[in-house]
Design a protein around this ligand. Structure first.
Ligand code: PLP
Length: 411
């Protein structure tokens, strides 16, 4: 075997492994149509096209086509050009970035906010930097935290403790076992996006006070969606002031791109100054920052859009449950239907797309544990009743066709 062939064989065998386990990922090429979300055009591998309805997007509120957002982006693009032209430190800080950060600080009623190129980077950069600022820091992390938090915590070289998902008794045990004088931080999410369950925010804040720990919450799936101004679940529950660092995205409910943390002025200043993931990368294009700011501003008052999204999620869950489909229902906007097998999950997803023009991506390991493979539906205010009827009919049909279990798993 030649030198090159040896490496090629290793790479191929890694890919083969995914095929064998039925979890090789196939990207579906879609062209979204502004003004017609959630409709899109599927560009098939054979070159043909098909009109489809997207049911698995994270543009939860359809803000990616909102005229207010588009106008702000057009305006900034015309005014200032395409890219930012630099890192935040070297010519890449514009009025658009500053306005966006002011909008976010106001949203979360914090002294400051810091924008990153994504929430993944915001989590990774912040959590990997904190031990530099707080020597000896111990991070307590929910076992189901997002990969970006896990990665940040893993790389920081500091001490970490993993508590069982949403298990505050276990968290307490871990806190009690450590030196009371050690600096501590509890990292968790407000909504876990694959099951759609909520984190126990108040109980964690109580423990943080008792053990003198900082709190770090990922509200990525909640910002724009919950709370009277769309600041997330902590705002809805009157707990936002008790969280030290809030992480959010501008790419899901806000429909654009980018991520951030909101915190004290000093914390943001320190992360700004020490986090490589913030310092050594080009800042967001000004038009993106302008669109995101417009979206955040708009959703501070558009409660109707939030209500409609919640209504559509409730209707979809009620109808799927009525057919006996195994859905998980924790009362959030996310609608997971468990298939429990990667091959079946992919088959159903393929059939939905080919035969019913419904696009829902199969969710497999490692995104979810093996045996809990699922279809994750994200109804939005821009899905209409006809689309909903079409989805229900298709799911009923396929569940019978594939002889799948109709026992309910709901919480
Ligand atoms: C819980 C959670 N945090 C962070 C992220 C990263 O967000 P972004 O897409 O802005 O990088 C995701 C993305 O899916 C997520 O689910």
């Amino acid at each position: 075997m030649t030198h090159t062939a040896r490496y090629a064989a290793a790479v191929e065998s890694a890919i083969d492994k995914l095929h064998q386990e039925g979890r090789y990922r196939t990207f579906i090429d879609i062209e979204r149509h502004r003004g017609q979300f959630p409709r899109a055009l599927w560009r098939k591998p054979d070159g043909s096209t098909k009109e489809i309805v997207v049911w698995c997007g994270n543009d939860y509120l359809g803000m990616g086509q909102h005229p207010v957002v588009l106008a702000a982006m057009h305006e900034a693009l015309e005014a200032t050009g395409a890219g930012s032209g630099g890192t935040r430190n070297i010519s890449g800080t514009t009025v658009y970035h500053k306005r966006l950060e002011a909008e976010l600080a106001d949203l979360h009623r914090k002294e400051a906010a810091l924008v990153f190129t994504s929430a993944y980077i915001a989590n990774d950069a912040t959590l990997s930097t904190l031990p530099k600022l707080l020597p000896g820091l111990i991070i307590y992390s929910d076992e189901l935290n997002h990969a970006s938090m896990i990665e940040g915590i893993r790389r920081n070289g500091g001490a970490k403790r993993i508590f069982r998902h949403n298990d505050v008794a276990h968290l307490r045990e871990l806190l009690e076992a450590d030196d009371p004088a050690a600096p501590k931080l509890i990292a968790f999410e407000s909504i876990y996006s694959m099951d759609g369950d909520f984190g126990p925010i108040e109980a964690i804040c109580d423990l943080a006070v008792e053990f003198d720990a900082l709190t770090y919450i990922d509200e990525v799936h909640a910002v724009g969606m919950y709370g009277p101004r769309g600041a997330g679940v902590a705002e809805r529950d009157g707990l936002m002031g008790r969280i030290d660092i809030i992480n959010g995205t501008l790419a899901k409910a806000y429909g654009v791109m980018g991520g951030y943390i909101a915190s004290s002025a000093k914390m943001c200043d320190a992360i700004r100054s020490y986090a490589p993931g913030f310092i050594f990368t080009t800042s967001l294009p000004p038009a993106v920052a302008a669109g995101a700011a417009a979206s955040v501003r708009h959703l501070k008052t558009d409660q109707e859009r939030r209500d409609k999204q919640q209504l559509h999620a409730r209707i979809l869950k009620t109808r799927l449950k009525a057919m006996g489909l195994p859905i998980i229902d924790h009362g959030s906007h996310i609608v997971p239907v468990i298939v429990g097998d990667p091959v079946h999950c992919k088959q159903i997803s393929d059939m939905l797309l080919e035969d019913f023009s419904i696009y829902v991506q199969p969710i497999n390991f490692p995104t979810v544990p093996r045996g809990t493979e699922r279809l994750r539906f994200t109804p939005s205010p821009v899905h209409d009743p006809k689309m909903l009827d079409g989805l229900i009919r298709a799911m009923d049909n396929l569940w019978s066709h594939c002889a799948l279990n109709r026992a309910e798993l709901s919480a």
